[in-house]
Design a protein around this ligand. Structure first.
Ligand SMILES: [Zn+2]
Ligand SMILES: [Zn+2]
Length: 785
């Protein structure tokens, strides 16, 4: 019996080879019907024997092209169409009516696909070694779009008219390059050039070959990629890496490394299935993985010298994603290239050729440039893989602008994020569009990138926000910007409330939850610096159910750069000046005059704001056990305190329940002290136990583990107390502290064991990069409650 079905598909289904795919799926089954683009996606009508149609519907989502993202698929029964001569006898791609607005989700920039890669290395192919080869399954999208609708004239490919061969591919419905907007070849497309450090084009036969020789000679080459420039050096050449570090004035902060393939990755890092999948995914993020230890546990025998990621057990590695990357690595036979963002320390990544020569002056010896303009900067994404789960640390290239899909329709909101690792978020309907990584809003270049990101996203997504959400911190650049906007409703959102709401939104939660929001800094409703917060929260509001006890942050920002100050602050807070008589290395090595100054500062309340920060607690412990007195990049002390426990291979956070762990002292727990209607988490017992451990000369690794475990058990106790009070059973974990793999895995496992339903962040960073999502949801809820 014949049936006919109408299938409406929404999501990212245009410009990604979806129509040719459906055509093949239908004709392969001898089904009749049509497919056309609509404003929501595509509509398919399909007719044939009931079983075959059913089979078609089942296969439709499963085998969709790599860039397609189906968000909904609705199947309706419709009457069969009688077959007439010249009528609906086969399957046809129906072109959209003239003038009909076709607007849909835009796909992100993704890695070159296997088909294009094969063609590029095929000497008989017309695109042999062509560095801009692409098709509907791969290549640039988001970073070359000027405006919508997404058509070649609205992209930076507009200046390259297609040659007849490319045009024919572009127009053939069954061709892999059907409507591939960046389609190009040697005849008609962009070209690569090698410039010297003054920006002068070098005369050479093959710019890529020349760039490779420069890299082999240990020089720094700026390479234009998809979302901006990288600074590249041979990662196995320690002198070259050291030179790049020195020029970039980047002390100790790890560099990411690009390796030619999975096998090369395996030689350097510990890989499991999830890590391999993340590395090879079309998004090609930087994946943080444990460095492989050589026999005898010596990481120094790796081909990657220490300078790449000093004092770090992890390495950020990624695979090539542009054709140019593949050509560079294969031509040079490199085992690994350092590929770090092309910028001066904390500025945004450079994208324009002239801008690069200008801003990377003194950093790069050569510039491998091309004339396909990058219209929007977009840094590499960074993920970590632990326990088989991939989590976003920096959600950017490859993922943006794929929305986070929400449970319910929302009003149009713009959320402007925080100060560090800034992202913005635009919401429309059920889609939350997070911007690429904007970075730390600390200089003029970042401010203009912030404006750029907002304008560009509003334009290509056609969102006019009714509401703007911002952080409560009065001095944040993003907050000041928001408060200058008119004709919109403005809603301030508390930092940690936004973290918990971000976790709730990603997990499609409603109602109220117990939220652990742990991080370094966030402005509190009492004007103090919060950071170790346990909230009872819904989207519209929150109660502060518990927090770490306040201690002074002596010197403000200086205390963040110098963890020893936090150790002194905690010791003085708990033990008074008595602590100076303690016979432990930290006190013995203390610079007395400086410590004295600090103590007086705190006693007189000068430049010593109070904080309940969890990040600063980690800093204090790291300094106290002798790991680090000063940091060179954000969260360095906390990261090294975690690493002190050993690599994740050796230490599994999930094994060994506390009862079985005989070394575990139950007194190493924070204490819950009631105050008014909430709890103060007192760290005094924890520091007493730490000092005792230090006196017994326990290893730093053991102390670190006991500290982590102590916090976890304290949090489980606290969650249990709150559960009894509120009858809530769902716990959300968010905030930058949860980038700590050991802490997050162990807390999640222990809370689950205690019967809680635990929710964490995967798709969106739990750090400040995910803040804007939470801000948007809170603002929407407050105004539409
Ligand atoms: Zn391709
Ligand atoms: Zn061409």
């Amino acid at each position: 019996m014949e049936v006919r079905r109408q299938i409406e598909v929404s999501g990212i289904v245009q410009g990604v080879g979806f129509r040719p795919y459906v055509y093949r799926l239908a004709t392969g089954r001898h089904l009749r019907g049509t497919i056309r683009n609509t404003s929501a996606g595509v509509t398919i009508e399909i007719q044939g024997p009931a079983e075959t149609v059913q089979d078609f519907v089942e296969h439709l989502p499963a085998e969709a092209p790599p860039l397609a993202r189906i968000t909904s698929l609705a199947v309706h029964e419709v009457p069969c169409v009688v077959v007439q001569i010249g009528g609906d006898q086969d399957f046809r791609i129906v072109h959209s009516a003239e003038g009909e607005e076709v607007r849909t989700l835009i796909s992100p920039d993704v890695a070159i696909c296997p088909d294009c890669l094969r063609e590029m290395f095929d000497a008989n192919d017309r695109r042999y070694r062509y560095p801009f080869i692409n098709c509907t399954n791969c290549g640039p999208r988001f970073t070359i779009i000027r405006d919508i609708p997404y058509d070649r004239p609205s992209t930076s490919m507009a200046v390259f008219p297609m040659c007849p061969a490319c045009q024919a591919e572009y127009e053939a419905p069954l061709n892999r390059r059907f409507h591939a907007q960046p389609n190009a070849c040697w005849e008609c497309g962009p070209r690569v050039e090698l410039w010297d450090k003054a920006g002068k084009r070098t005369e050479c036969r093959d710019p890529i070959v020349e760039a490779v020789s420069a890299l082999h000679a240990g020089l720094v080459v700026a390479v234009k990629g998809l979302g901006g420039f990288h600074l590249a050096v041979d990662a196995t050449n320690s002198a070259a890496v050291a030179r790049l570090r020195q020029r970039k004035r980047r002390v100790e902060k790890p560099f990411a490394v690009m390796v030619p393939d999975l096998r090369a990755a395996e030689e350097i890092c510990e890989l499991d299935d999830a890590a391999s999948a993340a590395l090879q995914s079309i998004q090609r993020p930087i994946v943080l993985l444990p460095k492989k230890l050589r026999p005898g546990g010596d990481a120094r025998l790796s081909i990657i010298p220490d300078e790449v990621a000093p004092f770090n057990r992890y390495l950020g590695i990624f695979l090539p994603y542009t054709p140019l990357h593949y050509l560079l690595l294969s031509e040079g036979g490199f085992k690994a290239l350092v590929m770090t963002s092309g910028n001066q320390s904390e500025e945004p990544i450079a994208i324009d050729n002239r801008e690069a020569v200008d801003r990377l002056n003194g950093l790069a010896d050569y510039f491998l440039v091309h004339n396909r303009d990058i219209l929007l900067r977009c840094d590499d994404s960074v993920v970590r893989v632990a326990g088989g789960v991939t989590r976003q640390l920096r959600r950017s290239r490859g993922f943006v602008p794929v929305p986070v899909f929400l449970k319910d329709d929302q009003p149009s909101v713009l959320a402007v994020g925080g100060e560090l690792k800034n992202t913005i978020c635009l919401i429309k309907g059920k889609n939350a569009f997070l911007s690429q990584h904007v970075g730390d809003l600390e200089n003029a270049e970042s401010y203009s990138f912030f404006h750029e990101a907002i304008e560009h996203l509003e334009r290509i997504l056609e969102i006019r926000p009714e509401i703007i959400a911002y952080d409560l911190h009065p001095d944040y650049f993003s907050t000041r910007w928001a408060l200058q906007q008119s004709e919109v409703q403005l809603v301030g959102v508390q930092h940690h409330h936004a973290h918990i709401a971000s976790c709730m939104a990603e997990n499609h939660l409603e109602g109220r939850v117990i939220g652990f929001a742990l991080d370094g800094t966030g402005y509190g409703t009492d004007g103090k610096i919060w950071g170790g917060e346990v909230l009872i929260a819904g989207y519209e509001d929150f109660e502060r159910a518990a927090h770490f006890e306040y201690v002074p942050l002596p010197g403000g920002a200086a205390a963040i750069r110098e963890p020893w100050r936090m150790a002194v602050s905690y010791l003085a807070h708990h033990f008074g000046r008595e602590f100076l008589r303690l016979d432990i290395p930290f006190v013995r090595q203390l610079n007395r005059p400086k410590a004295e100054l600090l103590l007086r500062m705190m006693e007189q309340g000068v430049n010593s704001p109070l904080t309940s920060s969890c990040g600063r607690l980690f800093d204090a412990v790291a300094a106290l056990v002798g790991i680090r007195q000063q940091v060179n990049y954000e969260a360095q002390a906390a990261i090294e305190l975690e690493m002190a426990m050993g690599s994740s291979k050796i230490v599994s956070s999930k094994t060994a329940s506390p009862e079985k762990d005989t070394a575990y002292p139950m007194k190493l727990l924070p204490e819950l002290v009631p105050e008014d209607d909430h709890w103060i988490i007192s760290t005094r017992p924890l520091f007493e136990a730490l000092l005792e451990d230090l006196g017994r000369n326990l290893s730093v690794g053991t102390i670190s583990r006991r500290f982590h475990n102590g916090l976890v058990e304290g949090f489980v106790q606290l969650a249990t107390v709150l559960q009894q009070k509120t009858a809530l059973n769902r716990v959300c974990l968010s905030g930058g502290t949860f980038h700590n793999i050991y802490l997050s895995e162990r807390l999640e496992a222990r809370l689950s064991e205690a019967g809680f339903e635990v929710f964490t962040q995967k798709e969106v960073p739990s750090g400040d990069g995910g803040l804007s999502l939470g801000q948007a949801l809170v603002a929407a809820a407050k105004l539409h409650a």
